[in-house]
Design a protein around this ligand. Sequence first.
Ligand code: FER
Length: 287
Amino acid sequence: MIRFTIFFLSIMGCFAAAVRSRADDVPTLEQTIAFSEPPVGYDIRRDDIDRGTLETVEYDSTTVGGPRKAMVYTPPGYTTEKSYPVLYLLHGIGGDENEWVRNGVPDVILDNLYADRRAASMIVVLPNGRASKDVTARDPIPRQAPAFAAFERDLLIDLIPFIEKTYSVQVDRESRALAGLSMGGGQSLNFGLGNLDTFAWVGGFSSAPNTKPPADLIGAPSTAAKQLRLLYVACGEKDGLFRISEGVHKFLDEKKVPHFYSVIPGGQHDFKVWKSDLYHFAQLLFR
Ligand code: FER
């Protein structure tokens, strides 16, 4: 059982909004907040269901001055006759655009959620969050950190416009989510909360020390509280970086910014935790 702590300060408003936006065939908020371990098989490919499609795309980055890669998952039945919301899902310090697919099977997790009608149909973009021509995962952290910071610009002015002209997507802030693990969790909190005109749904999974000091994450807490559709902060209890998520949570609490805070009992800094985070987070998105 996952111990789950929820801190809704404007509790009635959030409950009302969440319940109002839920269809009958998805869990009610009350069921969802009692985050349990995902069901057995949630991350195992099923042969008898429709599957989405994964592809690698290349876009021109004015930020780094050259082509960059991203992976894109389109949901089962993707059609240009509809337009979809988009989750931008970021990797950790050792990874690149392939890390989530290789280790976290987001395509399998989402295919299974769709088969069980538990998630809103969305596109998932898996970028390379290291915006540099020459910095790689093999470089020491101090050399990588600026490239991870530079990705804010690449995401906002290069990648998002590319996705929005290439795929059939909704282009308002309520249709964009940003989440990531570890280094990518820090990026998601930094860039998501720093650009609430672009993103309404933000998730930090086991966020790393690249996370800004909590007081610098949010300019005006009362405005942020109104703009955010979802702020999700999660970390494994046994994660060496636990203090980061806890610090963010405490600050949000103090400033009365509604958010989910999920502490995974016994959870480490690994994909067991991040897959479970994605499973829960995806079900809350775009509803
Ligand atoms: C650090 C420790 C870990 C740090 C980043 C990380 C920026 C990232 C870890 C990961 O992405 O898994 O001091 O500094």
